[in-house]
Design a protein around this ligand. Structure first.
Ligand SMILES: C[S@@+](CC[C@H](N)C(=O)[O-])C[C@H]1O[C@@H](n2cnc3c(N)ncnc32)[C@H](O)[C@@H]1O
Length: 264
């Protein structure tokens, strides 16, 4: 199972759903009384659900460390998504965000969601193959694309699931009502936040790329190609830091998320 740090989730979810919640409308949050957020991590989505639902929102995850953060936002339960500790129809809405892309058999999890929900099941899943990066460091655009291609090639689950989640819903016997798109756009520009400074430093040291080394090497990428990529990556990080020092650095990243909603 892929593990996620508190820092990674805070960094990658920063500002998510703050600009628009239109894509969450089909979840009908105002009219659901018991909402379960499976694979809640630190509770980034649970917080949004709790804001917009008058009912109870419960977070659920296998990672106890992440759950201890989510607990500050909503009540939580430790459990595997495929064996939820709830009776049939115990809640009226089950939601997950960026969970299915990490599971070897996402349809099995959706079947379990359909068992515990009396009404709706929803999944918010990114298409990581369609992430768009636009940086003032020219080399960054190409290097991000190369690193992403190598990662997608080595990863075992479908991290580009996105709108195809609707097919997984149908395979799990859930009727799809609607799929909506939400682009999570994160911009780095002056004045630079601590998160932006840390991200640039992680590029210059190669730490960010090193996290995905094993996955990349599981695909077509050779050790020599990885080393070459890492050295170009670190140089790109140093240029980003130089541009930050003169206030020139700008970077925009858009991750397309797809909200699929089905009725059980
Ligand atoms: C990419 S994170 C997403 C976290 C959160 N939903 C968000 O969007 O910020 C995936 C989460 O799924 C959890 N997870 C992975 N496999 C799981 C499983 N089989 N059952 C429950 N949770 C799981 C991980 O621990 C992690 O917290």
């Amino acid at each position: 199972m892929r593990e996620f740090s508190e820092d990674y989730l805070h960094r990658t979810r920063r500002g998510m759903w703050d600009d628009s919640r239109d894509a969450l409308e089909p979840l009908e949050l105002a009219s659901h009384e018991r909402v379960l957020d499976v694979g809640c991590g630190t509770g980034e989505l649970s917080r949004v659900l709790a804001d917009d639902s008058p009912g109870e929102v419960i977070g659920c995850d296998v990672d106890l460390e992440l759950l201890s953060i989510a607990r500050e936002r909503v009540p939580v339960v430790a459990s595997d998504a495929r064996r939820l500790p709830f009776s049939a129809d115990a809640v009226d809405l089950v939601v997950c965000q960026a969970l299915l892309i990490n599971l070897p058999d996402p349809a099995a999890a959706l079947e379990e969601f359909a068992r515990v929900s009396s009404d709706l099941v929803a999944a918010v899943e990114p298409n990581n193959a369609a992430v768009a990066v636009d940086s003032s460091v020219d080399a960054e655009n190409d290097l991000e694309r190369r690193a992403r291609t190598a990662y997608l090639d080595g990863v075992e689950t479908d991290v580009a699931l996105g709108s195809d989640a609707s097919e997984t819903f149908e395979a799990a016997g859930i009727d799809v009502l609607e799929t909506r798109r939400y682009d999570h756009v994160r911009t780095i520009e002056p004045p630079y936040s601590d998160h932006a400074l840390i991200a640039a430093r992680r590029k210059a040291t190669g730490a960010g790329l090193a996290d995905d080394r094993e996955t990349m090497l599981s695909g077509e990428l050779t050790e020599a190609e990885y080393d070459e990529l890492r050295s170009a990556w670190r140089e790109m990080g140093r240029t980003a830091i130089e541009q930050m020092e003169s206030g020139e650095y700008r970077r925009t990243e858009a991750v397309p998320f797809f909200v699929t909603v089905g009725r059980v």
